[in-house]
Design a protein around this ligand. Structure first.
Ligand SMILES: O=P(O)(O)OC[C@@H](O)[C@@H](O)c1c[nH]c2ccccc12
Length: 268
């Protein structure tokens, strides 16, 4: 059984919702990302989305765009991002890793080579936001062979496609709470609850909701309708705010703990 399935199975038996942070790998550098992942798990994260920074993050708002720019100042290749997961696992992190990458870096690396790499390094899930199901046949087959869940995104506008996307999904279905790009929001797409219910009815898999979630109240609201909640920009913003502490040796641990305190505040 894939570790993502195990985590959702355990959480369901405990009546809990998965807390799934997204972070930009290599922001501010690869070593710090390993320490942030360890802190995320210590603070209550149940699995983590590791973003591969990309020069043209079309679906990302300013917070994640800037994090990608910071990361890309260093040697943050696709391979280095996957290695960060292996280093975190070697340091004792047990939670599943979901690699999050736009399709181009994967194509550049080579599909066969990519799936061999992420299988070897213990990646459990994969999200490729700009690969629609109409074009993901080969990738889905290769992911299945590698025992890695290819997790699809559905948006409130997906309407008729929800059935098809949900029927092909593996791991869980990522429900996007709002239209537009990633980023903290005070309001979500009107009818978000009905949308989540429609996805719930279209798949036996767990459903997780993301986009714009940045507070405990929002996590509590979304956890009524989903099995997992994804928080990205709000945590990436915490990394940005902790940079002055992270960049100095004598305050490094304070910076890591500051990020952890925010994540712990979201845990319900
Ligand atoms: O940042 P937010 O609003 O909390 O949303 C999660 C999001 O960061 C993460 O899942 C993600 C990062 N980049 C993306 C691109 C498309 C869809 C989702 C994403």
């Amino acid at each position: 059984m894939n570790r993502i399935d195990e985590v959702f199975h355990k959480l369901k038996s405990e009546g809990r919702t998965a807390l799934i942070p997204f972070i930009t790998t290599g922001d501010p550098d690869l070593k710090t990302t390993v320490d942030i992942i360890i802190e995320l798990e210590r603070s209550g994260a149940d699995m983590v989305e590791l973003g591969v920074p990309y020069s043209d993050p079309l679906a990302d708002g300013p917070v994640i765009q800037q994090a990608s720019e910071r990361a890309l100042r260093g040697p943050v290749t696709l391979e280095a991002c996957v290695e960060v997961a292996a280093q975190a696992a070697a340091a004792g992190v047990k939670m599943p890793f979901i690699l999050f990458s736009y399709f181009n870096p994967i194509l550049q690396y080579g599909l066969e080579r990519f799936f061999t790499l992420i299988h070897e390094k213990g990646i459990s899930g994969l999200i490729i936001p700009d690969l629609p199901i109409e074009e993901d046949g080969e990738v889905r087959e290769m992911a299945a062979e590698a025992g890695i869940h290819l997790i699809p995104l559905v948006a409130p506008t997906s309407k008729a496609r929800v059935q098809r996307i949900a029927a092909l999904a593996q791991g869980f279905v990522y429900c996007v709470s709002s239209l537009g790009v990633t980023g903290m929001r005070s309001e979500f797409h009107s009818g978000i609850e009905e949308f989540l219910q429609s996805v719930r009815e279209a798949t036996p898999l767990p459903i997780a909701v993301g986009f714009g979630i940045s507070s405990r109240d929002q996590v509590e609201r979304m956890s009524k309708h989903a099995d997992g909640v994804i928080v990205g920009s709000a945590i990436v913003r915490q990394v940005e705010e902790a940079l002055p502490l992270l960049l100095k040796e004598d305050t490094y641990r304070d910076g890591i703990s500051q990020i952890g305190r925010f994540v712990a505040s979201l845990r319900i």
